[in-house]
Design a protein around this ligand. Structure first.
Ligand SMILES: NC(=O)C1=CN([C@@H]2O[C@H](COP(=O)(O)OP(=O)(O)OC[C@H]3O[C@@H](n4cnc5c(N)ncnc54)[C@H](OP(=O)(O)O)[C@@H]3O)[C@@H](O)[C@H]2O)C=CC1
Ligand SMILES: O=C(O)[C@@H]1CCC=N1
Length: 257
């Protein structure tokens, strides 16, 4: 399945690496196009079988999948200069660019399209990847899920839910990192070295995520297990609420929509 990736930045580069490491699309079937050479050289050094080019049209010619991973404001000009065929499958990573907008910029408006929204943990094969489809068969949807489940966890959702889910997951990873940063600052004030604090908090967060993902549980149940009556955790939890923690997170996620 020849796959062209347009743009070798954070997303395009990570998707190329994830695909090349996965078992569905071999590195020799991947061609990545990018204007600057450095990112292409880095990819080629890691995966010598992968092809690179500066020419977007050369990349897409003969490709079954075209993964568009340029900044949202470049989607229109880049898409317009590509001569895509109706049988090709367009996969856009651009946040906030709807299927309708994509369709306006291709000759074959009824071509199969996917929108995908990973987060930056895709570089660790630990992305939460959102997928929406248009004019796709069940088999094509399953193939997309299979591909992106190899890079973390993938979920197929309707396009109407994309903005809300993007804010929770793709922007959300930055909010989660912000918690790590804040907890480190508290530790530093109390004499914990930043590098030690960073590992402590990151592992704590990973543990919380594993508790949720591996068990049929709920955050409230897990929080309750930590909060000993009259103990120390509830003091911190109540301080978080006095500071507006829950409503600040709700507002932040709604703000990013
Ligand atoms: N960053 C994130 O967390 C997420 C981003 N997205 C979406 O992914 C898309 C890409 O974002 P991100 O990877 O962060 O951005 P980057 O800036 O890291 O990557 C964009 C890449 O596109 C390349 N590029 C620029 N112009 C062209 C062109 N005409 N043809 C081909 N390639 C070109 C750039 O090349 P160079 O810099 O070498 O000139 C760069 O390598 C965006 O649309 C964004 O909305 C979606 C989910 C999460
Ligand atoms: O901030 C942004 O616009 C991009 C899209 C989702 C995550 N980062």
């Amino acid at each position: 399945m020849k796959t062209a990736i347009i743009g070798a930045g954070n997303m395009g580069g990570s998707i190329a690496r994830g695909l090349a490491k996965g078992s569905i699309i071999p590195a020799s079937d991947i061609i990545v196009s990018n204007p600057s050479q450095g990112k292409l050289d880095a990819l080629k050094a890691e995966f010598p079988a992968l092809q690179t080019t500066h020419d977007n049209q050369e990349a897409v010619t003969g490709a079954e999948f075209i993964i568009l991973a340029v900044k949202p404001w470049l989607i229109k000009p880049v898409l317009r200069e590509l001569k895509l065929k109706s049988k090709q499958i367009l996969i856009s990573v651009a946040a906030g660019i709807s299927f309708e907008e994509l369709a306006q910029n291709v000759a074959e408006k009824e071509m199969t399209m996917f929108r995908i929204i990973p987060n930056t943990a895709i570089s660790e094969m630990e992305s939460m990847t959102l997928i929406a489809s248009r004019n796709a068969s069940k088999e094509q949807e399953q193939l997309m899920l299979d591909i992106f489940n190899q890079m973390g966890l993938a979920l197929l959702i309707p396009e109407e839910k994309f903005s809300a889910a993007t804010s929770m997951t793709s922007c959300g990873i930055a909010y989660v990192l912000k918690y790590i940063q804040a907890a480190m600052q508290a530790g530093i004030e109390m004499g914990i070295y930043p590098q030690d604090g960073m590992r402590m908090v990151a592992q704590t967060m990973k543990g919380a995520a594993e508790l949720i993902l591996n068990n049929d549980t709920h955050p409230s149940v897990e929080i309750d297990k930590v909060c000993t009556p009259g103990g120390i955790t509830i003091k911190g939890i109540n301080e978080l609420e006095h500071g507006g923690y829950t409503s600040t997170i709700i507002n932040a996620i709604k703000k990013s929509v």
